[in-house]
Design a protein around this ligand. Structure first.
Ligand code: SF4
Length: 376
């Protein structure tokens, strides 16, 4: 059975709220706060987005380039695997130069975890069950406590303890949840409670169920992800479905979309998931799918507008519509929009018709109006 511990019992306090257009439908689950560098996770903080660099930390400049790309895409923090002493040396150098808080991901060797904390890691990601026993776990916890950094305990269906898999008949949601509480309990035994938890499986259903179980029984902040979600469209859809269900239920304090793709792509998808649920602000692009009524090549216009919006951080809705049937209505609903037709586009600003421009200049004309709105 999935159980709980005194360190993780849900506290009775008001739910935190978060709103940004469009407003989130659900109240966020009340959780404790942890600090990862300058980023708060939990207790009403905006859901943060993280990714993981995809080359060894010995390739310092390559990793820093990936960190820069994730930051440009909107990441709040980045995780790096630190599997060896050489990797730790690289991590220390990267930490000195990183513009984002860094999470050191460590298995098996407690000395690497302590070394990463000493090198300035902003969070450790360990599995308390494989770090070498209670004394070594206590040493890692002490190193983290001394520096005021949290620890994420992560449960993956693929590495569930054999005894739990046996007792539950496999890596079921209850087994995954119990494994998480086992790890939380090991840290509680050494007096460490500054914890973030993740439970991941490669399928949506188990991940959702296991996180629901954990959320019911604990107030620890949750890191959400579908592990090994995959490549391209399937990975994006799987992650969006799993994270979307939980986030819409108010569950989840930080997310990582795992894709077999560059880290900045993971961040872009994560941010779009949050925007779709009204959990992150910034510009929102409404673009019609086009149909037989559309008489212009709308896709390049929509793409140019989407690229231009990357530089905007203001909460705005921008519409790019393909014809004069539904286009004007949607464009009027938006803060700024265009309705194309007959080689031209009519621009709208806050519900009012502005002027008509040739379709070739439509994207830039619309972006110019958007920039003016953003400056206001
Ligand atoms: Fe078709 Fe016009 Fe609707 Fe676009 S706005 S999908 S072109 S009817």
């Amino acid at each position: 059975m999935c159980s709980t511990s005194s360190s993780s019992i849900r506290r009775d306090k008001p739910h935190a709220t978060h709103s940004s257009p469009p407003p989130s439908r659900r109240t966020r689950r009340a959780t404790r706060a942890v600090k990862v560098g300058g980023v708060q996770i939990g207790d009403g903080a905006p859901v943060s987005v993280q990714s993981m660099t995809k080359c060894p930390t010995t390739a310092v400049n390559e990793v820093l380039a990936q960190i820069d790309a994730t930051r440009a895409a909107g990441a709040d923090l980045v995780r790096l695997a630190v599997p060896t002493a050489k990797a730790l040396t690289g991590f220390a150098e990267i930490k000195r130069r990183s513009p984002l808080p860094l999470v050191a991901d460590i298995h098996f060797d407690h000395r690497l975890a302590i070394g990463a904390a000493e090198a300035g890691a902003d969070k450790l990601r360990i599995n308390p069950g494989n770090i070498g026993g209670p004394d070594r776990l206590a040493a890692v916890a002490e190193a983290a406590r001394d520096r005021g950094i949290p620890i994420r305990v992560g449960v993956n269906a693929g590495s569930l303890e054999a005894d739990l898999a046996g007792a539950h008949g496999g890596p079921t949601p209850a087994a995954l949840c119990e494994s998480a509480f086992r790890s939380i309990g090991l840290l509680a035994e050494v007096g460490f409670h500054d914890v973030v938890v993740s439970i991941k499986a490669s399928d949506v259903t188990r991940t959702v169920e296991a996180n629901r179980l954990l959320a019911e029984r604990s107030d620890l902040p949750l890191h959400l992800g579908i592990t090994e979600a995959g490549f391209g469209l399937a990975g994006i859809v799987g992650s969006a479905a799993g994270l979307g269900i939980l986030l819409d239920e108010g569950i989840g304090d930080t997310i990582r979309v795992s894709l077999t793709e560059p880290p900045e792509r993971e961040v872009e998808v994560g941010i779009e998931v949050l925007k779709a649920l009204g959990l992150r602000g910034g510009p929102r692009l409404v673009s019609c799918p086009t149909c037989g009524r559309c008489k212009v090549d709308l896709r390049p216009v929509a793409e140019a507008v989407r690229e231009g919006l990357r530089a905007i951080t203001t909460d705005l809705t921008v519409a790019v519509m393909g014809c004069e049937v539904n286009g004007p209505g949607e464009a009027k609903e938006a803060d700024a929009g265009l309705a194309a037709g007959g080689g031209k586009a009519v621009l709208f600003l806050r519900g009012e018709k502005l002027h008509t421009v040739p379709i070739g200049r439509a994207a830039e004309a619309l972006l110019a109006e958007v920039r003016k709105l953003a400056e206001e």
